[in-house]
Design a protein around this ligand. Structure first.
Ligand SMILES: Nc1ncnc2c1ncn2[C@@H]1O[C@H](COP(=O)(O)OP(=O)(O)O)[C@@H](O)[C@H]1O
Ligand SMILES: [Mg+2]
Length: 504
């Protein structure tokens, strides 16, 4: 029973517990159902909210889509605008592109064209220049031909009128090593016209026209070629005078005597004469005599004599011919050209031993070489006498310039006296005066039969190329210009046919 009672109690407890649990459960169930109601409510609310939100969303979407559509529309409009602009721009661009391309090709073409046209222009210029130079050459040839022709006519005229031929020779510069500092003067020569020379002196240009002007490069042969016909004419019985005129140091002695390698006019004349005589050997016989004198202070000295100190005088020939002669003057008969060389050397030696200072002496004295050729023609017996005088004159420099005093002044005055007399003779000949003052000096007196009318004269005027000598150069050229105008009349031959007839 106890147990049953404990079990009953226990059952009771459990029943209690169950009832409490049932209470709790019903409480909980009530709660659950209230919760469920609440949940239902909340759910309903939520649904409502969702609906609302959905509606809002719809609304928003609608709004957004509307808005975006508008935006899209404006964008589309803009796009259309841009597109249309693009379309309109495209041809412009295309145009520009073609323009650019054409410009580019033009530029390329231009450079080619430019090159080509420059070449063309150059070619044309070259053509023009060659044409002009051809024309110039042609003109120059014509001019030279004219000059030659003029010269020929001039020579013929000179021959007819018997003018004194005046040649000018300009000394080269190079040989004067002791005058390094000296300047060249402005002696202007024309390569295309060898008869003219001009010189600038004291700021003025003075022009001279002579028979020929030799440039410093001219050789002895070239100079001789110019006088050869005159020289050889003495074989035919003409009297010929060749003078070298000019200041000291201008090359007179070089031209007349020359050097061993470059023989001057003296030796070349004799060689030419001998050649000519040789060529006529079968038709003519010739006798050649030679004399050499020096005129110093108006005193004539025989350079071929044993005693060159002897003074000589000029006298009228006692044979009544009116010819002059110099008593006691050695006149050597020359056998051959070789013999002549010996005689010339003897003369030079005599001249040198006679004086102490050869250079000074020679500048103050005149040296005269005379060759007389007598020819006899076998067939007719005619006799011709020709004389060739080769004169190396004293220096033509003016006295006041050289500062001479005493004996020197006398020398200078004497030189000048004979040069002055030569000038006066030339002046008188030029004016065709009846009285020619040959007797005013020994030189002119001695040359009387060769210098006057009917004879052939060549004046070789020597000039220095140096600036410091320009005053003397102008004087010499002035003298040359005056001499140029002298007319000696047609040259006359000294031929004696009377003796020939008498002999026959
Ligand atoms: N054409 C020339 N070529 C070379 N040397 C020359 C020429 N002319 C002159 N000389 C030289 O010039 C110098 C002076 O010449 P030179 O004949 O003695 O003069 P001049 O006799 O007039 O006083 C000399 O040494 C001479 O050899
Ligand atoms: Mg001399």
């Amino acid at each position: 029973m106890d147990q049953v009672s404990s079990h009953g109690e226990r059952c009771h407890q459990l029943e209690e517990q169950l009832r409490r649990s049932e209470d709790l459960t019903s409480g909980l169930q009530a709660k659950i159902s209230s919760y469920e109601v609440e949940i239902e409510k909340l759910k309903e609310h939520l649904m409502q909210e969702i609906h609302q939100l959905e509606a809002q969303k719809e609304e928003a979407i609608k709004e957004a889509s509307e808005c975006s559509e508008q935006h899209m529309d404006t964008l589309r409009d803009q796009l259309i605008g841009v597109q249309s602009r693009l379309v309109s721009l495209q041809p412009v661009l295309k145009n520009m592109k073609t323009n650019y391309n054409s410009l580019r090709s033009q530029v390329r073409n231009f450079s080619q064209f430019y090159e080509a046209s420059i070449q063309e222009a150059r070619r044309q210029i070259c053509n023009a220049v060659t044409n002009v130079s051809e024309a110039n050459k042609d003109l120059l040839q014509k001019y030279q031909r004219e000059v030659q022709l003029r010269k020929r006519y001039h020579n013929q005229l000179v021959e007819l009128k018997g003018n004194i031929r005046v040649l000018c020779r300009v000394r080269p510069h190079k040989d004067l090593t002791d005058q390094k500092s000296s300047q060249l003067s402005a002696i202007i020569t024309d390569v295309n016209d060898d008869t003219r020379t001009s010189i600038t002196y004291k700021g003025k240009e003075k022009s001279f026209e002579l028979d020929k002007v030799f440039l410093p490069e001219a050789t002895q042969e070239e100079v001789f070629m110019e006088i050869e016909p005159v020289v050889t004419s003495c074989i035919n019985g003409y009297n010929v005078c060749i003078f070298a005129y000019g200041q000291t140091g201008s090359g007179k002695t070089y031209t007349m005597e020359g050097t061993a390698d470059n023989p001057g006019m003296n030796l070349q004349s004799l060689r030419a004469l001998y050649q000519e005589m040789e060529a006529r050997k079968g038709l003519w016989s010739y006798a050649v005599t030679l004399s050499m004198v020096e005129i110093y202070n108006e005193v004539i000295r025989d350079l071929l004599s044993r005693d060159p100190q002897d003074k000589l005088d000029i006298k009228l020939n006692p044979d009544g011919s009116g010819q002059l002669h110099v008593p006691g003057l050695t006149s050597m008969e020359v056998k051959s050209f070789r013999h002549i060389k010996k005689l010339l050397a003897l003369g030079r030696r005599n001249r040198a031993t006679f004086c102490t200072n050869m250079n000074e002496h020679s500048s103050r004295s005149h040296a005269l070489l005379t060759i007389t050729i007598t020819g006899r023609e076998f067939s007719s017996g005619a006799i011709t006498t020709g004389k060739l005088n080769l004169v190396d004159l004293a220096g033509s420099e003016r006295v006041c310039k050289s500062g001479a005093e005493g004996e020197r002044l006398k020398e200078a005055q004497n030189i000048n006296k004979s040069l002055l007399a030569l000038g006066e003779v030339i002046q008188a000949l030029r004016a065709k005066q009846s009285h020619i003052p040959f007797r005013n000096s020994k030189l002119t007196y001695l040359l009387q039969d060769s210098l006057g009318k009917g004879n052939k004269t060549v004046m070789m005027v020597q000039v220095s190329p140096l600036e410091e000598n320009i005053g003397e150069t102008v004087c010499s050229l002035n003298f040359a210009q005056r001499v140029c105008k002298v007319e000696l009349g047609p040259a006359s031959r000294k031929i004696d046919t009377a003796t020939a007839k008498a002999e026959i």
